[in-house]
Design a protein around this ligand. Structure first.
Ligand code: NAL
Length: 331
């Protein structure tokens, strides 16, 4: 796979394609970043961007993971001490998941976000940005509670971080796109450069295929799930035999979350997927391409129950090293 393909496969959005093509021409040694609010346990949302980071490393890029402790504090995720502690656990899980230790740098936001220059630049950005604009940038990250001033500062800091970490590419879930658009608009006003961004898809809710999978609502799969828990969760998932389920009765769009997990989590990490089946049900099926598996589910050649069982097995293999690390750290 060439560098451009590695950078963009499974991306939901590339801003802009031309900038990313230029970057891919000479990707080795370039720096990409992603930021996470520290939380103790990684879930599939984190791992979806991590898969992209692994792609980037395969293309020779270095990856900076910002452990956004100050951002988590602004977003009311706990005391500053608790946030720092969970960040350390997070680091260990990322490495166990398969990020290349040589090509990964972890940075705490508080290492540079409390410096004088940064603070003054932040105030400059505050002067350049309307409250309405900042609030819109934050809407998908923050949820519904009443916005506080901290929620307006948050996207402005995320904007500045792109400059301060000296990066060539920003990576994030699609929920980060409005912040990245704000950054593209505002960084030039401070005489800083614009960087391209790559956004990964957001997987739908496991139980009904609606909206997005989230740890606060519905079921999510995380690094701490046991093999049995994971199997139960996957078996309870919504999986009609189609890529394009009908909207629900109230008109809400639905996806097939089982297929999404195969596409975004399993196929990027394994060369070959084997669906084990007894001879009397047709014997094993082998896939090296997501499209073939999706087509077999649609045609009925692959039963949803077999798809789920296989999905659970491969997800379990993916999270097992991080799960062991997590249990070890807790002992
Ligand atoms: C991502 C987050 C917080 C701060 C960042 C700073 C720079 C780059 C990326 C960052 C977390 C992200 C989230 N906003 O919603 O998880």
């Amino acid at each position: 796979m060439d560098a451009y393909e590695l950078l963009t496969r499974n991306a939901e959005e590339v801003v802009t394609d031309e900038e990313v093509r230029d970057l891919a021409e000479d990707a080795a040694g370039k720096r990409a970043y992603v930021g996470y609010e520290p939380s103790g346990v990684l879930h599939l949302g984190h791992l979806l961007t991590a898969n992209k980071l692994i792609d980037l490393q395969e293309a020779g890029m270095e990856v900076v993971i910002l452990l956004a402790d100050v951002h988590a504090y602004l977003n009311e995720k706990g005391s500053f001490e608790d946030i720092r502690e969970t960040a350390e656990q997070m680091k260990a899980q990322f490495l166990a998941y398969g990020l290349d230790e040589e090509l990964t740098e972890f940075v705490y936001g508080s290492e540079f976000q409390l410096e004088d220059d940064y603070t003054l630049d932040l105030h400059h950005l505050e002067r350049e940005t309307t409250m309405n604009r900042a609030q819109r940038a934050m809407a998908e990250i923050q949820g519904d509670e009443t916005a506080k001033v901290s929620h307006l500062v948050y996207p402005l800091m995320q904007t500045l971080d792109i400059e301060y970490l000296d990066l060539d590419l920003a990576v994030g879930g699609l929920d980060q796109r409005k912040v990245h658009m704000l950054a593209r608009e505002k960084l030039p006003e401070l005489d800083y450069e614009v960087r391209p961004a790559i956004h990964t898809p957001i997987v739908a809710n496991l139980t009904d295929g609606e909206g997005k999978m989230s740890s606060s609502e519905g079921i999510t799969i995380s690094m701490e799930d046991s093999t049995d828990e994971l199997e139960d969760k996957v078996n309870s998932a919504y999986c009609p035999p189609t890529r394009d389920p009908e909207p629900s009765e109230d008109g809400t769009e639905r996806e097939n979350p089982v297929l999404e997990l195969f596409e975004y989590h399993v196929f990027p990490r394994f060369d070959e997927i084997v669906v084990e089946r007894p001879e009397k049900y047709g014997g094993d099926l082998t896939y090296d391409d997501y499209e073939d598996l999706a087509a077999d589910l649609e045609s009925g050649d692959l039963h949803p129950a077999d798809a789920k069982g296989t999905l659970a097995t491969y997800l379990d293999e993916l999270i097992a090293p991080g799960r062991e690390k997590l249990y070890e750290l807790r002992d």
